[in-house]
Design a protein. Sequence first.
Length: 451
Amino acid sequence: MARLSVVLLLLVATALVLRWRRPAWYWMAFGITFAVLRVLVRYASVMDACGLTVPPARWRLALARMTYRPAPEPRAPRILRLRPTRTGLVLRLKLRPGQDAFDVSAATDRLRHSFGMYGVIAREIRSGVVEIRMTGYDVLRRVQMPVKLDRAPMRVPVALREDGSVHYRDYRTVPHGLTLGATESGKSVYQRNLVAGLAAQDVALVGIDCKQGVELFPFARRFSALADDQETALELLEALVSHMESVYQLVREQQRISVNVPDAEIAADIWDLAEDLRPKPVVVLVDEVSELALFASKEEEKRRDRIITALVRLAQLGRAAGIYLEICGQRFGSELGKGITMLRAQLTGRTVHRVNDETSANMAFGDISPEAALAAIQIPANTPGVAVAGDSTGGWSRIRAPHTSLREAVNLCNKHAERTPNVPALAPFRPAVASSASDTAPLNKAFSATA
């Protein structure tokens, strides 16, 4: 008996230590079992208390009266599947007639308390079927990306969502994106994860960093073009516009429109072209967009207007040519001048880190999701890297990118430096770097005209 007591005491102590220091290990070892039991035992009473039940059918009531049996109880949604995951539980429900998915979404906070989970998110899978994703611990406190990731061309895993799923930056689905955040909000770490993920793919990276290149020039060996001032940025953007026009001419030549060609074989963008003819896709990363929009003289104003015009043209027309924009900044509002709101309307993907005022959050989410704007201003200052990601559909979620040091990101870029494509239109802007990754010579921000 004494031995059994010691074993139980050690087991309880181990569970408490794991829950405090390693919540993910605690969840896999103990939490899943306890959570499944709580959900199955409390399910009927919780659904009734949360107002997620419907009265029994009339024929059931009539049958009970005729047979002198007790009246049947209200019916809760039927459980289709209960699946444990490494971060929580996934509960799929079949709604009863008369129920709505919004009712379940409105009750998520009560479900969280009733089932003793850390977070609960509900979403509609199809008509009459709702999926409830429950997390057993704070997955954003110490981000651990899963080993198995769904990788695909132009699709990069960059962060972890609050429901435990992976947040992907998919350029084929969401061509252009906007990332906002105050100083020390984690915006640079998010950008490093994006660059590190793209470095391993066959894509041309183009950087515009008007902070004298301090953010993007360490990755120079993997970049096909870089600019560190407004004048060079203008020339680079206009070169990209010319490249876009040449790509469209290629697509036009290869469209193969005739009565004998099936519709599926008619080329409308670069992804419809044969692989040997397809130009390399281009991802343009702008580190601080406000530096491109500010001006102090008439000459600088003219240059600014040409820069914004080129960005708007790339945002409106670049997707089919395989040109994608990733624009970062601390603010992105109409005070930056004409053309800014037109550019913002083309940036479908929105990611907002901690901001200093509500107006900055509304710049990103005010036109698509007021709830996301409210969530963005509630990000605490002691959680750098936490952000709110949304899109034009109004859907949003909290995310956090895993911490990636500058050295780790540079090493990945150097490792995949041979993947850097040579785009003729961007050759004058190719950064001149040391001949090998092992050289200790510093990166040169001067451009090599013969690169």
